[in-house]
Design a protein around this ligand. Structure first.
Ligand code: CTP
Length: 440
């Protein structure tokens, strides 16, 4: 029996793919198709892939041509596969001519002529582009605009900002003008403006990606999510950490029992960057500690332990009524406990620790840009290290998720509404001084 193997992304499966698969099959008796996993593909720069791995596998399976489908997850896997499956022929399209000659050492390599006139890239670029307007004073606006270059299907319509140092394409004089020229908004403005701006955008059926917290109270957050449903719009929390591959794998491992039962989580995030801007009279555009870092730090806590804590205590060092230079929040659950520490005027080690009955997960600083973590046990020989590629600090993946959600009309699962609401609830209690203790 002659065994043949071929690899590809197979995004938005088209007849070029089908013809390739048919000819690959005709080279032998048994065809194995390797479908490239999302994160492996990102490292080849194919961030534009529009379908999930499962959708792409299903499409290849539906052709009925493959005898077996495998997932290509790491570089160098091809040699492993060829040896493991006893492959006689490796084949790909002629666009790869020469690139896989090194496999001749292990099996025969055949380049098949590529079908002219069609490719996944072309199909993707024919899809309607989403015009994204950016609102806000933070320099993150520039990073977001830059990351849009890597995401297929997004085009920046312009920016509305009062910060004259922000340089992004077209500047709009009013929020309304920007709205009129956009299909969707990325809101980075001060949290006190979020509710009003999101409501206005969604009322006009624009999709919204907003830096968390999306609102300053639970009620406002619920209202916005409900309004988005009524208008058929996507409303997503922008918390870039949630969209990084390493972070989501880490959450899955933690929830999957790798370190036993989780008893405690400690998340710390601080930055002194804006400290010069902070004075008693001028804090208008500067995010306080709880808004700037609270949502990020609450993310692993709520995603792992849930949002049903029985008790919490917010301890803050205040500069004035609205501005905390440091806040520590303790969440007490029935069977576990979590602490977050955030600061814009106090510095600490920005690490994440998840402690369980069998071991612990350690994510070194800055954990919110997670590309690496370790699972550690009593016996250091059992320790494991995990590394995943992270491009564009995660903003790129966040934008891809936003595009996917708009196109599929499905609210993405990265950050649940429960978590989004619970974050706003804690922020509300901070301002209401509920469960609160002020450090003198
Ligand atoms: N292929 C082909 N003819 C085409 C397009 C793809 O024979 N018109 C082949 C490729 O050479 C490869 C396989 O199909 O062996 C999977 O290719 P993939 O990269 O997934 O598809 P493309 O359409 O080339 O995707 P992109 O435009 O993103 O590069």
């Amino acid at each position: 029996m002659i065994k043949v193997i071929t690899y590809g992304t197979y995004d938005l499966l088209h007849y070029g793919h089908i013809k390739l698969l048919e000819r690959a099959k005709a080279l032998g008796d048994y065809l194995i198709v390797g479908v490239t996993a999302d994160d492996f593909d990102k490292s080849r720069g194919k961030i534009n892939v529009q379908q999930s791995l499962m959708q792409r596998i299903d499409a290849v399976r539906a052709t009925g041509i493959a005898d077996e489908i495998i997932i290509e997850e790491y570089e160098g896997q091809k040699i492993d596969d060829i040896q493991r499956f006893g492959i006689d022929i490796f084949t790909v399209g002629s666009d790869w001519r020469g690139k896989f000659d090194y496999l001749n050492e292990y099996c025969k390599v055949v380049y098949l002529d590529r079908t002219e006139g069609i490719s996944s890239s072309e199909i993707r670029s024919e899809r309607k582009k989403i015009k994204l307007g950016i609102v806000g004073e933070q320099f993150l606006a520039e990073k977001v605009a830059h990351e849009c270059n890597y995401v297929n299907g997004i085009e920046v319509s312009g920016v509305y900002t009062t910060n004259t140092d922000i340089k992004i394409g077209k500047k709009f004089d009013t929020f309304d003008e920007l709205l009129n020229c956009s299909d969707a908004l990325y809101i980075i403005s001060h949290p006190t403006l979020h509710f009003k701006q999101i409501k206005k955008a969604i009322d006009l059926k624009k999709h919204v990606l907003c830096e968390a917290p999306i609102a300053l109270s639970l009620e406002e957050s619920r209202k916005l999510h409900q309004l988005a449903d009524e208008k058929g719009c996507i409303l997503m929390d922008a918390l870039k950490t949630a969209y990084s591959t390493a972070y989501s794998r880490m959450i899955l491992l933690a929830k999957g029992g790798k370190i036993g039962k989780i008893i405690s989580i400690d998340a710390t995030a601080t930055s002194l960057r804006d400290i010069n801007l902070i004075s008693k009279n001028n804090v208008s555009h500067t995010w306080n500690s709880i808004c700037a870092w609270g949502p990020t730090s609450m993310l692993p806590i709520f995603q792992i332990l849930g949002t049903d804590y029985c008790k919490k205590l917010i301890i803050s060092k205040l500069l004035n009524d609205d501005f905390d230079i440091f806040t520590k929040v303790e969440f007490i659950y029935d069977d576990s406990v979590a602490t977050l520490k955030v600061g814009k005027g106090v510095k600490s080690e920005g690490e994440l620790l998840i402690s369980g009955t069998k071991g612990y997960i350690y994510v070194p600083a800055p954990w919110w840009k997670t590309d690496y973590f370790e699972i550690r046990y009593e016996n250091p020989n059992d320790n494991k290290r995990y590394f995943y590629q992270l491009d564009g600090e995660g903003i790129r993946y966040e934008l891809v998720a936003f595009m996917d959600a708009i196109q599929s009309k499905h609210h993405p699962t990265y950050i649940s509404r429960d978590v989004s609401n619970a974050i706003c609830n804690v922020i509300e209690d901070f301002y209401a001084r509920k469960d609160f203790f002020e450090l003198k």
